[in-house]
Each structure stands twice: as structure tokens, then as C-alpha cells.
Write a protein of this length. Structure first.
Length: 190
């Protein structure tokens, strides 16, 4: 998606540890007209799927998932990062190691919001090592719902999550795939 790539080139900031900061339009301040274009692009790419629910993870996926959901006309469910260890039977849960914080979160979705009748699209802001996508897809599997695929805003193609998950058969549509980025801010796309 050319508009997005241009914006990443213009406003993205490369940080140590292979982290790309996009706080001025995606992760802190949010450019809603860009989000609308992103949502329409996800809708175009997944037009062949009977998606009736979008699943994301708090917190940075929520904004983009909500605007995309307007294009699909479906509700958004977000997996919550749960701090308590006692999980009752009313939730599906998975463990996700955070790329940016390095810690492991238990994430949960209430059973009442995902069922075998659902056709789910996962949406997230970034794809790096794939841990968030794996955890969310485990939750979808536990619920018996059908996973239509994943829509990712920015994939860091030089990290292995996308390759691994595609090889395992997951449909992933990434709107910008970064081939390489250097400490002095050079960003190249696939
Ligand atoms: P993964 O689970 O694929 O390793 O990482 C994806 C998650 O980590 C995303 O939900 C995103 O919030 C965060 N993340 C991974 N890489 C980056 C990055 O370069 N920049 C930002 N801002 N977030 C990232």
C-alpha cells in the first residue's frame, strides 16, 4: 500500500533492537484518514471471506481494528492482557511474549464473544516474530471459530514470524513489508 509506505518512510523512526517507531501516525497519535484507507484496503483484500468478527490485542491493535471494522460492518473483540493467574472457565486464553517489552502476557477472550459460528479476521499493527499472531490464532482455534486470516499494517519481513506462519498455512495480508531498516533510518520495502 503505497500511501502507507510513503508515510513510514517520512515519519517512521528506526530504534535499536529492530524496533520501528510510528508514534506520529499509528501507535500514539493516530491518523484516522490513513486508518480509513488501511481499513478499506483490508476489506478489499479479504473481500472473498465471510468475515463476521475482527479480533485484535490490546492496546495498539484496537484503534486500527475499530476503523477497519467499519469497512467490514462487524464487531471488534480485543484480547485482554490478564494480570491475574486465576482463569475461570469463562475465557479462552493464550500466552504471548511481547516483542517490545520482552515479557510474557496471559491474554484472554471471554467465551461468549467467540464461537464456532464465527469467521474471524485477526488485525494487528505489527508482525515481527509472530508471537502475537500465534497466541491470537490459538484463541480462535480453542473457540472452534474459523480463522479467515490476518491483516497486518506493518510486517518486518526480515524477522521470521510471517514466513513461519505462512508456511504453516495462515493467510496473512501485510500492507507494508519492510525488507530492511538501518540504524541511520534507511527503510527498504519488499
Ligand atoms: P510479534 O509478536 O510478531 O513478535 O510482534 C508483534 C507485536 O509486537 C505487535 O503487536 C506490536 O505491538 C509489537 N511490535 C513488534 N515489532 C514492533 C516494532 O518494530 N514497532 C512497534 N511499534 N511495535 C512492534
Amino acid at each position: 500500500m503505497e500511501l502507507l509506505k510513503q508515510r513510514i518512510k517520512k515519519d517512521g523512526k528506526v530504534r535499536s533492537g529492530n524496533v520501528l517507531k510510528v508514534d506520529s501516525f499509528l501507535n500514539h497519535q493516530m491518523d484516522i484518514s490513513l486508518f480509513e484507507a488501511i481499513g478499506k484496503e483490508f476489506k478489499r483484500r479479504f473481500a472473498d471471506c465471510p468475515i463476521n468478527k475482527i479480533l485484535t490485542i490490546e492496546s495498539s491493535g484496537i484503534g486500527i481494528a475499530c476503523i477497519a471494522a467499519q469497512s467490514f460492518g462487524v464487531p471488534v473483540v480485543f484480547a485482554k492482557k490478564n494480570t491475574t493467574k486465576n482463569i475461570d472457565g469463562a475465557v479462552y486464553s493464550a500466552q504471548i511474549e511481547s516483542f517490545t517489552h520482552g515479557r510474557i502476557y496471559n491474554v484472554i477472550v471471554a467465551r461468549e464473544f467467540l464461537s464456532p459460528d464465527d469467521n474471524v479476521l485477526i488485525i494487528d499493527d505489527f508482525l515481527a516474530n509472530g508471537k502475537a499472531l500465534i497466541g491470537l490464532s490459538q484463541i480462535v482455534k480453542k473457540s472452534g471459530a474459523n480463522l479467515c486470516g490476518a491483516g497486518i499494517v506493518i510486517e518486518k519481513g526480515f524477522q521470521n514470524g510471517g514466513k513461519q506462519l505462512r508456511e504453516e498455512g495462515m493467510r496473512i495480508e501485510s500492507l507494508a513489508i519492510i525488507k530492511s531498516m538501518t540504524d541511520d533510518g534507511e527503510i527498504e520495502f519488499e
